[in-house]
Structures are given as C-alpha cells and as structure tokens.
Design a protein around this ligand. Structure first.
Ligand code: ADP
Ligand code: ADP
Length: 226
C-alpha cells in the first residue's frame, strides 16, 4: 500500500480556470518527490489538494490506503510548509512551534516535551522566547520546518520552501531536508520551479506543465530519451 496515491485528481476553480487535470501519482513511504514546472502550471494547487486546503473537483486522494478526499486538513497525516513561512510574527518561536499541538489539544507536559525536542533538533533553543519576526530568513524557515514536523506527520508538503532564501542558506536547508528524510523516514512532496532543487533533492521528479503531468522520472533519467 502506498503512502500517497492521487487517482485522476483534477481542479477547476469557480471562475472556470482548469488548474489541474487527471493527475495520477503513487508515492512510496520515505520517498522524496519533487513537483517541477513553471509558475502557474498547477503545482501549488495540487499540493493544497493533498493537504486538504483546496476542494478536489475530480478524483481521489488516498493516504496509506485510506480515502482522505473529503477529510479536512487536521484529520490528514500531513503537514504543509509555505514559502513565506506563515509564522505568527508576534508569537514567540516556542509558541509558533507549539501551535499545531495546541490545535490538537495535546496536554501541556507532552506538548512541552515534543516542542523542546524539536527546538533542540533545529538548534533553536536559544531563540525559543524571541518573537518570530526578530529572526533571520534561514531561522524562520527552520521554525516553519520545526512547526511542520512537531506534529509527526507521515507526509511533509513543502511549497517552494527555499524560495525566499539566499544561495548559501538554500544549500544549508537543502542539506537539512535530506538529513531529515534519512533520519525520520517520512515522505516528502516538494514543490519548486527551480530545476537544480528538484534534481538535487528528490528521488523522483514530476514534471508539470499547464495543469498536467508531462513526465515522472528519477533525476538521472530526466533528460534521457525513452
Ligand atoms: P531560482 O534561483 O530558485 O531558480 P530565480 O531566482 O530564478 O529562482 O527566480 C526568479 C524570480 O522569479 C524569483 O524571485 C521568484 O519570485 C519568481 N518566480 C518564478 N517562478 C515562480 C513561482 N512558481 N512561484 C513564485 N515565484 C516565482
Ligand atoms: P503554480 O503553483 O505551479 O505556480 P498554481 O497551482 O498556483 O500554479 O496555479 C495554477 C493555475 O490556477 C494558474 O493558472 C493560476 O492562475 C490558477 N489559480 C490559482 N489559484 C486560483 C484561484 N483561487 N482562482 C482561480 N484561478 C486560480
């Protein structure tokens, strides 16, 4: 049974825009899959449908064999990380990271233990009580990652998570993502318009254009003729 399965998934927006059609994909547990394509090709829409933030017009989304097509985001074994971090600027780093656990109503002792562990993992303990908007871009992206991971998702969804970082930080966070994949064994779906990121990070690349999947292959076979 696959960790994630998209069966003929499609999205037509209320204004008639067909953003995605007949998207088929099967993802194994622990795989790192990149969605690659130019701006407007439907990457974010697909990711948001997987997360449950966007209604699905056609098709089904399955996770570990369960049909989640009509489940709200908080009932899915997923976490989503956004390009602009989407942190609460006036909350502390600790409060931001704890947010997902608060939503689940987790008891305080267990919550604090999980938050401490993840802050330690991302080298953020010394910033725990600072306001999120007092930190640098790289630190904020780490907080966003910590917040996504603290709920222990099966599948981590990343929407251009490196887009706002400079080249140096991009390389650092890229390495951290690979480490996380190896250490946690969770499944990564990573959206990017940058070919180098897709090739450098992923086990498989899904190439999209105009709302359809053009090709699915390993990075090394991406430019090989069939
Ligand atoms: P990279 O270095 O990651 O390839 P670029 O610097 O080439 O990215 O991107 C140029 C600009 O185009 C970026 O500042 C980015 O804001 C914008 N851009 C291009 N495609 C997208 C997209 N799909 N989503 C958001 N911004 C994009
Ligand atoms: P990408 O992530 O690859 O840049 P998107 O999924 O954001 O692409 O967008 C896919 C298509 O859907 C684009 O044509 C975009 O303009 C359109 N689109 C995105 N959001 C909406 C919306 N809320 N209403 C109507 N059209 C939208």
């Amino acid at each position: 049974v696959y960790d994630l399965e998209l069966n003929s998934v499609g999205k037509t927006y209320p204004d008639g825009t067909v953003a995605v059609s007949d998207f088929d994909l099967q993802v194994e547990k622990g795989e790192f899959v990149a969605f690659l394509g130019p701006s407007g090709c439907g990457k974010s829409t697909t990711l948001r449908m997987i997360a449950g933030f966007e209604d699905i017009t056609n098709g089904d989304v399955m996770m570990m064999g369960q049909n989640v097509t009509h489940l709200p985001p908080e009932k899915r074994p997923t976490s989503m990380i956004f390009q602009n971090y989407a942190l609460f600027p006036h909350m502390s780093v600790r409060e931001n990271v704890a947010f997902g656990l608060d939503v689940k109503g987790m008891p305080k002792v267990e919550k604090n233990r999980k938050v401490d562990r993840i802050l330690d993992m991302f080298d953020l303990e010394q910033f725990a009580d600072r306001k999120a908007d007092m930190l640098s871009g790289g630190q904020r992206q780490r907080i966003a990652l910590a917040r996504g991971l603290v709920v222990e998702p099966e599948i981590l969804l990343l929407d251009e998570p490196l887009g706002a970082l400079d080249a140096n930080l991009r390389r650092i966070i890229q390495n951290e993502l690979k480490l996380l994949q190896r250490e946690l064994g969770i499944t990564f779906i990573f959206v990017t318009h940058a070919q180098s990121e897709a090739l450098g990070l992923s086990d498989r690349v899904v190439v999209m254009s105009n709302g359809v999947v053009e090709q699915v292959s390993s990075p090394k076979d991406l430019y090989r003729r069939p």
